[in-house]
Design a protein around this ligand. Structure first.
Ligand code: HEC
Ligand code: HEC
Length: 169
């Protein structure tokens, strides 16, 4: 009961932010809850027995050790931090150089010429730009899951991850 109430008020706060930001960035018209609804439909399509996403599974997925080919052990936290509510400052955090200087083989591997990125906090609870655009999120899941897991992530994994991230403060 209290949990429901809590979730509701956060949704309103997020809705306000979207309204305020709408003029500046019309692409960010969706909310993490909206994305969760879509992943819920996809998870149910993949497995009719699907009931609900789990923040606990999402957290385990985020930290599970994997191997990036040619780079060694890594996980989602290698670039999105152990604490995804924190923003990343270039060269001030132990984040893989590859997070900002190259992300896949189609980009330039040499730091001097590669794309340089600013990485905002991963959690939509603190970063209003996160998980608000299904197509953008799908594109990044595609690249990152292939890189870190060598396969696509399932709708269940994506929904679990977002479910965990929105609980963070
Ligand atoms: C080598 C670094 C690296 C690793 C490891 C990594 N990511 Fe990312 N991720 C990025 C970069 C770079 C971006 C794009 C820039 C940004 O959005 O900050 C990004 C963005 C994303 C986004 C877009 C979210 C949004 O709405 O902005 C998702 C989803 C994502 N990553 C999922 C994952 C998952 C799941 C894992 C673990 C399986 C993972 N990433 C591991 C570097 C990484
Ligand atoms: C969070 C993103 C981020 C990460 C992680 C990161 N860098 Fe950078 N890097 C930048 C940005 C942005 C610049 C350009 C602005 C600046 O110099 O601060 C830069 C500049 C550089 C430059 C200067 C080259 C040039 O074109 O100016 C080198 C060399 C470099 N980085 C190496 C590294 C190495 C090595 C690592 C891993 C230990 C690393 N970087 C990790 C974002 C990052």
């Amino acid at each position: 009961m209290t949990v429901r109430h809590h979730r509701r008020s956060r949704r309103c706060a997020a809705g306000l932010l979207i309204a305020l930001c709408a003029a500046a960035s019309p692409a960010t018209a969706q909310s993490p809850d909206h994305l969760l609804e879509r992943y819920g439909q996809l998870a149910r399509a993949a497995d009719p027995a699907f009931e609900r996403f789990s923040a606990e599974r999402g957290r385990a997925f985020y930290f599970a050790p994997r191997v990036i080919i040619g780079l060694g052990e890594a996980n989602c936290a290698s670039c999105h931090l152990d604490d995804p509510t924190q923003a990343i400052r270039a060269h001030r955090a132990k984040v893989l150089c590859r997070a900002c200087h190259v992300i896949d083989e189609s980009e330039h591997p040499d730091p001097a010429h590669a794309k340089k990125r600013h990485l905002g906090a991963f959690s939509p609870a603190v970063n209003p730009e996160r998980f608000r655009d299904f197509d953008r999120v799908e594109r990044h899941f595609e690249v990152n899951c292939r890189m870190v897991l060598q396969r696509a992530c399932t709708a269940l994994e994506k929904g679990d991850l977002i479910t965990w991230l929105i609980t963070l403060r």
